[in-house]
Design a protein around this ligand. Structure first.
Ligand code: AFP
Length: 330
């Protein structure tokens, strides 16, 4: 039988001296995502599909499962005893730990349900998380305390709710994959030290936005589309799932490059994806798997955040391709 998540986390404590409160938090997140996974699998039977009729801080329409997942994550994290506060893509500001619960030394950020447009059509979605240091456990955490670059992350990962429910995570010692066994309720390790090939023939981008992209991205994509008849001299395949979790999972599984560039529709929105909830945790996973992640100009993990809900352009995956499209930005 493969290794359980619990055993892997115990090894991290003994071999790499990872703080037991951090491994405790990861275990807690995994248990919490099992609950979300169950709700997702129930779908219409649990009445969790469809729109909630509200908007989040980004002005996006919320689905019922966005709200349900957010409530599950918020409650589980703030009552865990491991965190000083949490921040979510679905909430305006940081959420504090209730007075009757203990505080811990970590800050957790999450996108409780990434890929909301896939919920009602039964296509892969996921929960993304990022763990930052809080210093001494304390209350009254300000939003500003979350504004740490991705290099400060102590743990990052996601749980994908697809044909299988899988936890993919890093504590800075490689990327590990755990698959939920529904018969035992345990996560078992099914891949370790995942690496991404430097080259690829597969890309992911929402081409419907092509006319809005900046010149470097237009050039790069046109070259890919030209295939064997163009400067690249090889044909490329394309995929688009509309859930970053699923795109990153495919890239970790068989390689590729994923892009969500900035475009000229709204100068106040440099890209669609959120730095703190999506780009940072995914970029750390990709770097741990020997890939690369940039915003076209610099490594995403080096970006100093200025706002909790900051957006960012994202190019991540196979090193050769990310380097090339980044070089086109000049
Ligand atoms: P939602 O979670 O709001 O559906 O957004 C998902 C996402 O942030 C990311 O996971 C996808 O890669 C991207 O948006 C899809 O965007 P488009 O709908 O513009 O293709």
């Amino acid at each position: 039988m493969p290794k359980t998540l619990a055993l892997y986390l115990h090894e991290m404590e003994t071999v790499h001296h990872v703080d037991p409160r951090l491994t405790g938090l990861i275990n807690h997140l995994a248990e919490t995502c099992k609950e979300i996974s169950f709700k997702v699998s129930q779908g219409a039977l649990a009445g969790v599909l469809g729109s909630a009729g509200s908007e989040n801080v980004q002005g996006e329409t919320q689905k019922k499962l966005d709200i349900i997942s957010n409530e599950i994550m918020c409650r589980a994290c703030t009552e865990s005893g491991f965190v000083s506060a949490v921040a979510s893509e679905e909430m305006d500001h940081a959420l504090q730990v209730p007075e009757n619960c203990e505080v811990g030394p970590y800050l957790v950020l999450f996108d409780p349900l990434d890929g909301s447009s896939n919920i009602d059509i039964n296509v892969s979605i996921g929960t993304i998380f990022s763990v930052l240091p809080a210093g001494e456990p304390h209350r009254g955490v300000e939003d500003a305390e979350f504004l740490q670059s991705g290099r400060h992350q102590l743990a990052a990962g996601y749980v994908i709710y697809g044909p299988q429910t899988q936890l993919v995570m890093t504590l800075g010692f490689g990327v590990m994959v755990f698959t939920l066994d529904l018969s035992t309720g345990n996560f078992y390790q099914t891949a370790e030290n995942v690496t991404i090939s430097e080259s690829t023939k597969e890309f992911a981008i929402n081409c419907s936005n092509m006319r809005h992209w900046e010149a470097p991205v237009q050039r790069y994509i046109m070259e890919l589309l030209a295939g064997t008849t163009g400067v690249r001299g090889k044909d490329f395949n394309m995929r688009w799932v509309a859930a970053m979790v699923a795109e990153v999972h495919r890239i970790l599984s068989r390689g590729g490059i994923f892009m969500y560039p900035r475009d000229n529709r709204d100068p106040n929105k440099p890209g669609k994806l959120r730095l703190m909830y999506e780009a940072n945790p995914m970029s750390w996973l990709i770097e741990q798997a020997h890939g690369r992640a940039t915003n076209g100009y610099q490594n995403i993990l080096d970006i100093e955040p200025t706002a909790l809900h900051q957006r960012v352009a994202v190019f991540l995956g196979a090193k050769e391709e990310v380097d090339l499209v980044t070089s086109y930005h000049g």
